[in-house]
Ligand binder design. Structure first.
Ligand SMILES: Cc1ncc(C[n+]2csc(CCOP(=O)(O)OP(=O)(O)O)c2C)c(N)n1
Ligand code: SF4
Ligand SMILES: [Mg+2]
Length: 336
């Protein structure tokens, strides 16, 4: 029914159902790129550019996205891009932002656009340094949970139990995925969030919010990779929805490492629905699935506690603000 409504009516009908969401018309990514069909990273970029607009510069370390725009002099990006060494996304973005500022050019979104290998592992040191200094950039990690560009090797973002070429079926990954949001929240940057392309309203709102804040911002986007996760090329959106609705990838925002907020309450569908879609988990036993489910539920307990605590912090802040205002009023009155 929604498809039959015109653009205006669909926009008006928008509730929190991502299917009702109408993306901005602006198109800053062209067809003719060289990504695989169904590539989630490509959808992420298209949506991100719609949110950020033409005053954006992409700083791209070694990853699939260093290849996707196509060979020089052609490019599928209508914004400037700069390819940088694998481990340097955050520091390169810092340098580009500083160069613009020295030229008096403000209002440009300098975006470090890196894969999970370039973020969770090899670029973590440069990201940590830049975040600790609160450098002014948006860091996007499109996370396809392995080093896909070089042939699906395991990364620190690869989940427990997954097959990759370096964690074969008879010896799948035995470690749990690093928690990037926890790591980055510990740097107390003004804004960090998670997103997926199955929730475009949430994703674009978070990017717009990041663009409106000065300092370091990080958006961690789960990004399906059909050849790497062994899914059909038409299943990327479904997979992105299921990772959220099973509770495996909470949609979150965290401000200053202190205020945690859930932006979508999952349905908590069985984790088998998400795992079962992917060839990389086909070898898992019932026991393995149970380990994954229990670990996920334990993570949720910690997360709920953080969210509850955040609400208390906000309440305390409100009280403090009220008290300060009252004191200022009293002072003014006494002077008068
Ligand atoms: C210092 C260095 N080590 C290794 C490589 C080879 N390399 C290029 S892309 C890549 C994989 C990147 O993985 P990720 O960051 O997850 O992005 P994806 O390919 O999955 O998009 C690797 C290992 C390199 N270019 N530079
Ligand atoms: S290998 Fe994966 S991430 Fe890379 S272009 Fe193909 S689908 Fe996209
Ligand atoms: Mg990757």
């Amino acid at each position: 029914m929604l498809e039959k409504l015109d653009r205006k009516a669909r926009k008006k009908a928008r509730v929190h159902d991502p299917r009702n969401y109408v993306l901005d018309d602006i198109e800053l990514m062209t067809p003719g790129h060289v990504a695989c069909p169904g590539c989630g990273a490509t959808m992420c970029m298209r949506m991100a550019l719609k949110a950020l607009g033409p005053n954006t510069v992409m700083i791209i370390p070694a990853c699939c996205w260093a290849v996707i725009p196509g060979p020089f002099p052609y490019t599928a990006l209508k914004v400037p891009g700069m390819c940088v060494a694998f481990e340097t996304a955050a520091i390169s973005a810092t340098a580009v932002k500083a160069a613009y500022e020295m030229q008096g050019k403000t209002g440009i979104n300098v975006v470090a656009w890196a894969g999970d290998g370039g973020t969770f592992d090899i670029g973590l040191q440069s990201l940590s340094g830049a975040a600790e200094r609160n450098e002014d950039f948006i860091y996007v990690c499109y996370d396809n949970e392995a080093y896909m560009n070089t042939g699906i090797q395991r990364s620190g973002a690869t989940p427990y139990g997954a097959w990759t070429t370096t964690t074969p079926v008879h010896h799948p990954k035995g470690e749990f995925k690093k928690n990037l949001l926890d790591i980055i929240a510990a740097h107390r940057i003004p804004y960090a969030a998670t997103a997926t392309v199955a929730f475009p309203d949430d994703l674009t709102r978070k990017l717009k919010k990041a663009a409106s804040i000065r300092g370091s911002k990080l958006i961690h986007i789960f990004s399906p990779c059909p050849p790497g996760q062994k899914i059909h090329e038409n299943q990327s959106i479904k997979l992105s929805r299921l990772i959220v609705e099973t509770g495996m990838f909470p949609l979150l925002e965290v401000e200053y490492g202190k205020y945690w907020k859930l932006t979508h309450e999952p349905e908590f569908r069985p984790v088998e629905e998400y795992l079962g879609m992917q060839g990389r988990f086909r070898h898992l036993s019932k026991k393995d699935v149970e380990v994954i489910r229990r670990n996920m539920l334990a993570d949720w307990k910690t997360l709920r506690a953080k969210i509850e605590l955040s609400e208390r912090f906000r309440e305390e802040d409100r009280k403090q603000e009220k008290a300060e205002k009252a004191a200022a009023r009293r002072k003014k009155k006494a002077k008068a």
